[in-house]
Ligand binder design. Structure first.
Ligand SMILES: C[S@@+](CC[C@H](N)C(=O)[O-])C[C@H]1O[C@@H](n2cnc3c(N)ncnc32)[C@H](O)[C@@H]1O
Length: 253
């Protein structure tokens, strides 16, 4: 039964709902490199030595969203433990970047009551519509859907206490531009959490381009223009690591 489910997971992450990258790297865009020889589960675009994965699509009939909402996800990924590890406090402004249908947003929303809110950012309108329906059904009023673009989040500068990307960063088509945007949206002392499948662990049953090494996350997030400092990596989850950075106050000039 478990093997069958893992098989399904692997099949899903080979992206039957994968979206094509809509803005491929242009010649002369030196930050990114296009290679003809690449993993079929990736988009053939490389950033800092890593191939970017296909975006997970909403899917025909919402199958992609249904997979995100699957009941067995708690058992497989221990979402409750993930949320506990985030040290959420009442009143926080949390940005769930790549929120999908809102599974993580919903779990965080209750922890930041009474006056905190989740800004649930996604590029797919169908995901945001489903997120809106899901929160309405659950009578959750502190999750706000936000439509972003491939390069921007639409979040206000210095407004966010915690930005989180669960199973998202590896599929950002423009990771540099997105991290620059997200880092600007953080308050000084605000945090960003990358939750990625551990590439170091061959037993994590996920396609390679959907996994990331901790060192690779650190390398990409540590460019000086982001002003982010690694604080800790939490290894309590069965398949993912939680790699945390803090926004540094700008040095006095
Ligand atoms: C694998 S899903 C994860 C959804 C959610 N975080 C969860 O764990 O349930 C990845 C999501 O990231 C979104 N995404 C991809 N690129 C994005 C971008 N540049 N900005 C915002 N969302 C993005 C996709 O549309 C998709 O809904």
């Amino acid at each position: 039964m478990i093997a069958r489910h893992v098989g399904l997971l692997i099949a899903l992450l080979s992206l039957p709902f994968g979206l094509r990258a809509d803005e491929p790297a242009k010649p002369g865009d030196s930050r990114y490199e296009i290679r003809a020889d690449h993993d079929p589960n990736g988009i053939g675009k490389f950033y800092m030595g890593r191939e970017i994965a296909h975006v997970m699509g909403f899917g025909p009939g919402g199958q992609g969203a249904e997979w995100l909402e699957r009941a067995v996800r708690e058992k497989e990924e221990k979402l409750t433990l993930l949320i506990k590890s985030l040290d959420l406090k009442p009143g926080m402004v949390v940005a769930d970047i790549g929120a999908g249908s809102g599974v993580i947003s919903v779990l965080m929303a209750e922890k930041i009551l009474p006056d905190g809110k989740v800004l649930a950012v996604d590029v797919q309108q169908e995901m945001l519509d489903r997120l809106r329906d899901n929160t309405k059904k659950l009578k959750i009023t502190n999750v706000e859907p936000v439509k972003g673009t491939q390069k921007t989040t639409a979040l206000k500068p210095r407004s966010v206490d915690l930005a989180i990307m669960v199973d998202v960063y590896h599929e950002l088509e423009f990771p540099y531009e997105m991290l620059l945007d997200i880092s600007k949206s953080l308050k000084p002392g605000g945090r960003i959490a990358f939750v990625e499948y551990r590439k170091e662990d061959p037993d994590v049953p996920i396609k390679l381009v959907h996994k990331m090494m901790e060192e690779q996350v650190k390398k990409e997030a540590s460019l000086p223009e982001f002003g982010l400092k690694w604080t800790k990596t939490i290894g309590v989850l069965p398949w993912q690591h939680i790699v945390l950075f803090e926004k540094q106050p700008k040095p006095d000039r």
